[in-house]
Structure formats: structure tokens, C-alpha cells
Write a protein that binds this ligand. Structure first.
Ligand SMILES: [Zn+2]
Length: 256
């Protein structure tokens, strides 16, 4: 059995560069969402967010395609350490505002499907029995203080939220797990950055309804998301528009 992935990623209308990263192989999907620096805020790093997500994404791909099948959390921890090593000589890795990235991973491994979500990128499974299983890390939704110093104080601490940046141990705080496809067959999987999940997280649709739109194509999901975000009224956390990445995975070949 292998994964067949349909991918769409779109830069926010407000961004010059896409700070999401997506890569899929026949047995894995990597989706990252780099955090935009606050303009003018000193963060101790000479690199930009696209540098961070590309470095991290390529290290994750190395780990996911290596012969030794480590756990997804162990692969992520090693990848964050490698990225730290790549700029420890030039940058201040103790700065809490150092560029960071959310992480969503999916891996087909024998008769198992492994998943991991860190910060607000998500994996959503549609089970063969029609049930929907969202794998989300919602700690960013429960901060006491969303000011710049408040978020900096909460980043990569037990009292706040964890994200891939300068602390490899963040990987151990990811939401991760594995299901046996023999026991729980999966029909399809979605891997999404938060910019492609606002129909659920901002507009009160269900994951099942988002999944139905995604199955008409990742591009269509992002189109409908943009439309909903454009007309959204009221207060919501975060930017009106964000980079948006959606991956729809099907499983080709028989499940065990
Ligand atoms: Zn740096």
C-alpha cells in the first residue's frame, strides 16, 4: 500500500513569500507553517522564516526516508536539533522570538499509520466507517495573553504551547500516535496548515464538512476558505488571511 497525495499551497494575499512548506512521498507527508516575525522585533536570528521551514522540512524528509524507522517525535526532535546546529554559530538561539514552525506529519509504516501535530497544523483522518478523527494541538487557543511579550513568554513552555524552533524537546510535547490499519481502516487523510482550516476553527463548520470540500480538491478547499475569511465579521484571533496548505491523501492498494 502507498499514499497518493494531492497538494495545494497558496501564499496569503498579504504575504510576499509563502511561509508554509509541504512535501509528500509515497509513504509520508510533511506540512509546516512558519511563524511570521513581528515587524521590527529583534529575534536574534539572521535568517528568515522561509529559511527555517525549508531547513526543517528537508531534515524531516531525511529522517522519514532513512532506513531506521524512528518514531515521528524522535525524527522531529533530531531535525530541530540539526536546524539549531545549522545556525548556532550565527544566531542567538536563546531568544524566545527566534523563527518557529508548526509541524504536521503523516507516515504509512507497514500496517500502521503514524501521525503527529505540533502547534496549529492538523492531521484529520476519515475512517472507513465514516467517522472523522481530527488530530489537533489546541494549546495555542488557550493562552492567557496574546500580546507579543505574552506569547514570547508562553512559547515552548509547559504553561503555554510548543512549536519547532530552538528547543528540540518541543517534539516530545507534540500530539502524536499511531493506528493499526488492520483494526481501524482509514479511507482518506488530510494534512492542513491553520490557514486552510479556518472553516472549522473560525467559521464553525465541522471537520466532516471541511473534509467533504477537501475531497472535491485541495484548491477548492482553499478557495472556499478564502471566500469565508474575506467576508468574516467580528473578532477573531490571528490574521484575516494566512498562507494556506492542504493535502488530501488516499491509500492505494489494499489495506492489511
Ligand atoms: Zn538563524
Amino acid at each position: 500500500m502507498r499514499l497518493s497525495a494531492e497538494i495545494y499551497t497558496e501564499t496569503s494575499p498579504d504575504h510576499e513569500h509563502n511561509e508554509d512548506f509541504v512535501l509528500a512521498g509515497s509513504d509520508f507527508v510533511i506540512v509546516l507553517d512558519g511563524a511570521s516575525p513581528v515587524p521590527g522585533l529583534e529575534n536574534g536570528c539572521i535568517h528568515d522564516v522561509p529559511w527555517l521551514v525549508r531547513q526543517l522540512g528537508l531534515r524531516l524528509a531525511e529522517g522519514l526516508t532513512a532506513p531506521a524507522a524512528w518514531s515521528l517525535a524522535a525524527i522531529l526532535e533530531h531535525a530541530i536539533q540539526q536546524v539549531c546546529d545549522a545556525h548556532a554559530d550565527t544566531c542567538d538561539l536563546k531568544d524566545p522570538n527566534s523563527p518557529s514552525s508548526t509541524v504536521a506529519l503523516l507516515r504509512l509504516h507497514g500496517d500502521r499509520l503514524d501521525y503527529l501535530a505540533l502547534a496549529d497544523s492538523s492531521v484529520v483522518l476519515r475512517m472507513a466507517d465514516g467517522g472523522i478523527l481530527p488530530i489537533t494541538d489546541d494549546r495555542l487557543d488557550h493562552l492567557q495573553d496574546y500580546s507579543v511579550p505574552g506569547v514570547a513568554a508562553a512559547r515552548n513552555t509547559d504553561k503555554g504551547f510548543w512549536v519547532a524552533s530552538t528547543k528540540p524537546e518541543a517534539a516530545r510535547h507534540a500530539v502524536s500516535g499511531s493506528i493499526s490499519l488492520a483494526a481501524q481502516p482509514v479511507q482518506a487523510a488530510a494534512v492542513l496548515t491553520d490557514g486552510a482550516a479556518t472553516l472549522v476553527e473560525r467559521h464553525d463548520q465541522s471537520w466532516g464538512s471541511l473534509f467533504s470540500i477537501l475531497e472535491t480538491g485541495p484548491h477548492e478547499l482553499v478557495r472556499q476558505t478564502r471566500e469565508a475569511d474575506e467576508t468574516a465579521a467580528g473578532k477573531f484571533r490571528g490574521k484575516r488571511h494566512d498562507d494556506a496548505t492542504a493535502v488530501l491523501c488516499h491509500f492505494v492498494g489494499s489495506q492489511p
